[in-house]
Design a protein around this ligand. Structure first.
Ligand code: UDP
Length: 361
């Protein structure tokens, strides 16, 4: 079997790594196609250095551009690769511009599509990620859902065929990286942090591209009792710079460059709490037992809230500060790492390629 994976941004590198390892261990051919959506060294190369990921077989080099142009460039550059190489399937991951464009290019060339992280919904239709999830789930041939809830969500939308509950490949990635990752204490020393600190990430367009929202979030983090370390995403830094607020933000929270995956998991594991608008970090926090505060009104990982591992604080400064203090006062959980999703992903693709109907759980 020959399977192509399309990736472009860091959560996709993280999700693809265990799937590529599993494909290779079963003797399948696989190609990695990097769209170039993230081209910053700290958001891309460092993941290839740290994760068990081969160098990309194709680099589409789309670079920074408005979303519509990125979709067009990826589609235009990917379609000829798929037409020439005729893989058995294209795997797309999550909810990004590369996920959407990878799906369109596959459809245009008659290549079957498998979507990893199918069936997640935040219920917030304003988020471009939400629209991408819905479109890709409905267009894909094989929908690989992380949870039973995600399977049920697909069924509610009338999507029954080609659905399989496989677990969360991010858990596999955490397990893969733990062996070679950075110990929490070493991560804290590297960033000169005290014993008790809060980790934060802020990068979603809905947070960064509205000045008052971004200011309110930073203000809320700055009002928390413990020091907050924020590995700052380039988009967030750009918006603060344009708003002449970068120094203001640096006076409130500890700004550091984005960190590699191993160091990030070390920081996350050692933090008293994490505050984030990321989807993946909410899930990783639950695997590592770190209480999570989500800086949004909605989440696509509803189960983390229902289990009491995560609270939705929104973007109001006072609410964020209170939620972060409350989360940091909680004892850290043990976490749980149910890591065999990549095996299930590859088994599902094998069975489906062999003509078996894959539906339900
Ligand atoms: N991450 C990282 N370094 C950082 C911040 C995040 O390695 O400085 C990792 C994090 O562990 C997670 C992924 O990048 O696996 C999350 O990416 P992001 O928040 O950009 O995307 P999302 O998960 O929201 O789609």
């Amino acid at each position: 079997m020959n399977v192509h994976s399309v990736v472009g941004v860091r959560p996709e590198f993280v999700m693809a790594a265990p799937v590529l390892c599993e494909l290779s261990s079963r003797g399948h051919e696989s190609s990695l196609i990097h769209t170039g959506q993230h081209h910053d060294e700290k958001l891309s190369e460092v993941f290839f250095d740290e994760l068990p990921l081969p160098s990309p077989d194709h680099h589409l080099g789309v670079g920074s551009a408005p979303r519509g142009e990125q979709v067009a460039r990826i589609t235009e550059r990917l379609a000829p690769v798929l037409a020439a190489e005729s893989p058995d399937a294209v795997v797309v991951y999550g909810d990004t511009t590369s996920t959407l464009a990878g799906t369109i290019a596959a459809l245009a060339t008659g290549t079957p599509v498998a979507h990893v992280e199918a069936g997640l919904r935040s219920g917030d239709w304003r988020m471009p990620e939400e629209r991408t999830r819905v479109v890709v789930d409905h267009l894909a041939d094989l929908r690989l859902a992380p949870t039973d809830d995600a399977v049920a969500t697909l069924a509610d939308e009338g999507v029954i065929r080609g659905v399989r509950q496989v677990g969360d490949v991010r858990a596999d990635a955490v397990a893969l990286s733990r062996a070679t990752g950075v110990e929490p204490a070493a991560a804290a020393v590297r960033f000169d942090l005290p014993d008790s600190y809060v980790l934060a990430t802020v990068h979603r367009q809905a947070t960064t591209d509205d000045g008052p929202t971004l200011r309110s979030v930073i203000d809320g983090l700055g009002r928390a009792s413990l020091p907050v370390v924020l590995p700052i995403h380039p988009r967030t830094a750009d918006r603060l710079r344009e708003d002449r607020r970068l120094r203001w933000a640096g006076d409130r929270v500890r700004l550091v460059d984005p960190v590699g995956y191993g160091a990030f998991l070390g920081l996350l594991s050692g933090a008293a709490a994490v505050a984030t608008d990321s989807g993946g970090v909410q899930r990783e926090a639950s695997y590592l037992g770190t209480p999570c505060v989500t800086l949004r009104e909605t989440t696509e990982w509803r189960g983390t809230v229902d289990r009491g591992e995560n609270v939705l604080a929104g973007t109001d400064a006072a609410t964020i500060a209170a939620a972060v203090d409350a989360a940091a006062a909680e004892p850290s959980g043990k976490g749980h790492l149910p890591a065999c999703a990549a095996e299930n992903v590859v088994s599902a693709i094998e069975r489906w390629r062999d003509g078996e109907v894959v539906d339900g759980v």
